[in-house]
Design a protein around this ligand. Structure first.
Ligand code: SAH
Ligand code: SF4
Ligand code: F3S
Length: 455
């Protein structure tokens, strides 16, 4: 009988990618994916531990899953419940104590063992596997199968690097994802080729520290991210390349030059700065100053003047004074961001900052977050408004909300809606932007016929 698996992912894009890889590992065992948790024989919560709220969500979801499991059992159906991802890695067996109906807790390094672990958990529920094996899971996971699992639209994520050695003092990632490891270039290129031949036009290379990439080159020696991007730009059918997330310290000259020289590399860079205060950056162990960041942004903008920058910010880090926060607001004003993510500092057990004195009250964090988000919002709106009247290439990704409409992304990662006029998903069309809405831009075709990619 066909068995159905439902995977719910929280957190970063790495988890979205991993969800697909888990499905790939399970497919040969007869598992097919379902979008409906009610009909799932296997429920996988692919969790995030980055902030307290993210971790809390898992336990409330587990409460709901427990109900579901009982209802299904009453109707004669068995349901296995798996907690995967970073909460699994960080909390391990503790999850079984807090949520007794969980059958298996599995960390991101052990996904290739899922079928065996599920079989074990069927015999004795309550299996925990959060080992960090010597080989990385890149080596152990099967290559994604082409026909079934890769019909994923025209954009795709591709993990090139995992883990992090930076140990920012607030962050759990080095503990949940382990040491930095890069995938060999040849494996990445062949995955890119498979994706391209199944219709993918845009690749986003993923890594917690993607610009620290240093994978084995096909002829020996190490490749940096710039070299890898150059090679991927040669893959027939791949029209657009992006990468995320970058650390300011690892933006080397080659990568900056790639933004100037590689037409496929989109003019958008997520370059988290976290804070604009030198004292806070130091306490965060970011190992760069605000001036380093300004200088870096200058170099990047000289290479690619129209580049859109985005960042992550944390407000209310322990010891953050009014003056420190003012420095962050000042940095924002000086740089100008096209988009951003911002968060209140959330103490994470096991990280150095969680034990720091001078934790700030919630009210201060909320106040600062509101001020920061208002400023970032104004910048995002101004950035979008500035594209009105311009003509940009749009990669069409899906049908729009209304008949005849089609939606895609600008080079600057803005969502754009337009009348399709015969263009199809996967085409790149030239679009004159006519208006901005709250979350997207509107435009009209400025070319006929569309430029059709050839794979
Ligand atoms: N590797 C990336 C992002 C890691 S997590 C980087 O180095 O930038 C994504 C974002 O979550 C971080 O950039 C940070 O802004 C936020 N974040 C991480 N830990 C946090 C914490 N303890 N409290 C609040 N925000 C946090
Ligand atoms: Fe976390 Fe810092 Fe590593 Fe990013 S660079 S994943 S914030 S430790
Ligand atoms: Fe969250 Fe783990 Fe990603 S903690 S942000 S799911 S690496």
């Amino acid at each position: 009988m066909e068995k159905k698996v439902y995977v719910k992912s929280y957190g970063c894009q790495m988890n979205v990618y991993d969800a697909q890889r888990m499905a790939d590992v399970l497919a040969p065992e007869g598992w097919s994916q379902t979008a409906s948790i009610e009909e799932a024989d296997l429920v996988v919560l692919n969790t995030c531990h980055i902030r307290e709220k993210a971790a809390d969500k898992v336990y409330s979801e587990l409460g709901r899953v427990r109900e579901l499991k009982r209802e299904r059992a009453a109707a004669g159906h068995e349901t296995q419940v798996v907690v995967a991802g970073c909460v699994a890695q960080a909390e391990g067996g503790e999850i079984l104590r807090r949520a007794r109906d969980v059958d298996l807790v599995v960390g991101p390094q052990s996904y290739h063992r899922l079928p065996a672990l599920l079989a074990e958990a069927r015999r004795t529920p309550g299996v925990v596997d959060t080992d960090f094996p010597a080989e990385t899971k890149f080596d152990a996971l099967p290559a994604p199968s082409r026909d079934k699992t890769l019909a994923r639209g025209v954009t795709a994520f591709l993990t090139v690097q995992e883990g992090c050695d930076k140990f920012c003092s607030f962050c759990v990632v080095p503990y949940t994802r382990g040491a930095e490891a890069s995938r060999p270039a040849a494996a990445i290129v062949s995955e890119a080729e498979r994706l391209a031949s199944s219709g993918v036009r845009e690749l986003t290379l993923l890594g917690q520290n993607v610009n620290a990439y240093h994978g084995a080159g096909p002829q020996g020696g190490d490749w940096g991210l710039a070299r890898l991007l150059q090679r991927l730009a040669e893959v027939p059918g791949i029209e657009r390349l992006r990468f995320t997330t970058s650390h300011p310290r690892d933006m080397d000259a080659e990568l900056i030059a790639a933004h100037r020289d590689l037409p496929q590399l989109m003019p958008y860079l997520h370059l988290p700065v976290q804070s604009g205060s030198d004292a806070i950056l130091d306490a965060m162990n970011r190992k760069h100053t605000r001036d380093d960041y300004f200088r870096l942004v200058d170099r990047i903008r000289r290479a690619r003047p129209d580049i859109a920058l985005s960042s992550d910010f944390i407000v209310g880090f322990p010891g953050e004074s009014d003056a420190d926060f003012a420095d962050t607001m000042d940095l924002i004003a000086q740089v100008g961001f096209a988009a951003s993510f911002s968060f209140k500092y959330s103490p994470r057990p096991g990280t150095p900052a969680a034990d720091a004195e001078r934790q700030l009250p919630e009210s201060v964090k909320s106040e600062r977050l509101a001020a920061l988000q208002a400023a970032l919002d104004r910048q995002a709106k101004a950035f979008n408004a500035a594209t009105v009247g311009r003509t940009v290439d749009v990669l069409l990704e899906k049908p729009g909300r209304h008949p005849g409409q089609i939606a895609g992304k600008s080079p600057y990662l803005q969502a754009v809606h337009l009348d399709g006029d015969g263009a199809a998903v996967g085409d790149i069309v030239s679009v004159r932007i006519t208006a901005t809405g709250p979350n997207s831009l509107f435009g009209e075709r400025a070319d006929t016929p569309p430029h059709r990619a050839t794979a």
